[in-house]
Design a protein around this ligand. Structure first.
Ligand SMILES: C[S@@+](CC[C@H](N)C(=O)[O-])C[C@H]1O[C@@H](n2cnc3c(N)ncnc32)[C@H](O)[C@@H]1O
Length: 282
């Protein structure tokens, strides 16, 4: 049978049926077709009767079968929005999550010097550091990452957005000079227990374990950051951490044991404790 050029609306309808396992099947189909056509999503709605060339249908088919196998849409598009910034993403690191925008809000809500010095540990795509820099251009922000590909990705994002950060390849604080004193240390570190069944579901299956999983039921990296941050915080500086929704009490205890002041957790929109913070006072 000779292949036929189909219209946009037909292709979306067929794709939506194929992706019916996804709870965002139509959106996924539209985003993938828009990528192939190199047009905004609104184009698909404005021109539903436009024919799609066979070459483009073939490209769409490849993306659809990858999506059918569970590949995250963000990896297929190579892009994700975070804090109104368009970030390049790839499988070297986590796809930035909307929940993490609360961490950005929490940092912005602090009383800080005009030219605050901030470090984002485990910057991944650069999401947190870049969102902060976009809001506070006068801050000096360092983005730290252990994974070389992720660090290169964050550097590329900074360049594309025209936002100047300092970058440091480092295993947490290890490559930062001890004399460096920050007003804020912020991090969304790996915090999932290796036995968590969610690791076998949805997009997370395709994200690197090194970005997700930590020892000690997910608490090992959080504990390490809480223990080491006082060496890098000026007196009165803050450590803010994202963590799992059931880890709030354990994380507050770690902050308190270490001697931080004003230890508290904040809820996200779903009323789950996802961020904890403490102030270091000498
Ligand atoms: C949960 S992801 C967060 C990425 C990004 N900050 C975000 O919020 O989207 C954790 C990041 O920490 C990095 N990471 C894990 N262990 C690290 C370590 N010991 N030192 C530095 N970075 C680390 C991972 O490579 C990953 O990019």
């Amino acid at each position: 049978m000779t292949a036929m050029a189909l219209a946009i609306a037909e292709l979306i309808q067929q794709a939506q049926q194929r992706l019916s396992h996804s709870d965002s099947a139509r959106l996924d189909a539209e985003l993938l077709l828009a990528k192939v056509l190199d047009k905004p999503r609104s184009y698909l709605l404005t021109w539903p009767e436009r024919q799609v060339s066979l070459d483009q249908q073939q490209q769409f088919e490849q993306l659809l079968s990858a999506r059918e196998q569970g590949q995250p849409v963000a990896y297929l598009l190579g892009q994700r929005e975070f804090w109104s910034l368009s970030l390049a993403v790839n499988n070297s690191t986590l796809i930035p999550r909307p929940e993490t925008e609360h961490l950005v809000e929490a940092v912005l809500a602090l009383q800080l010097p005009e030219q605050a010095r901030v470090v984002d540990l485990g910057c991944g795509t650069g999401a947190i550091a870049l969102a902060l820099k976009s809001e506070r251009p006068q801050w000096q922000i360092t983005a730290v990452e252990r994974d070389a590909r992720a660090l290169a990705l964050a550097q590329r994002n900074a360049e594309q957005l025209g936002l100047a950060l300092e970058f440091c390849a480092s295993d947490w604080f290890s490559a930062l000079p001890v004399a460096q004193q920050f007003d804020v240390v912020v991090s969304n570190p790996p915090y999932i227990d290796a036995a968590d069944p969610h690791l076998l579901q949805g997009d997370v299956r395709f994200e690197p374990r090194s970005a997700l999983v930590a020892e000690q039921h997910g608490l090992a990296d959080l504990a390490q950051l809480i223990a080491q941050a006082p060496n890098y915080l000026r007196s009165g500086g803050w450590l803010l951490l994202e963590h799992g929704w059931q880890q709030g009490a354990a994380v507050r205890q770690l902050f308190e044991q270490q001697g931080y002041k004003q230890v508290s957790s904040q809820h996200d929109y779903a009323k789950l404790e996802r961020i904890s913070s403490g102030q270091w006072v000498e």
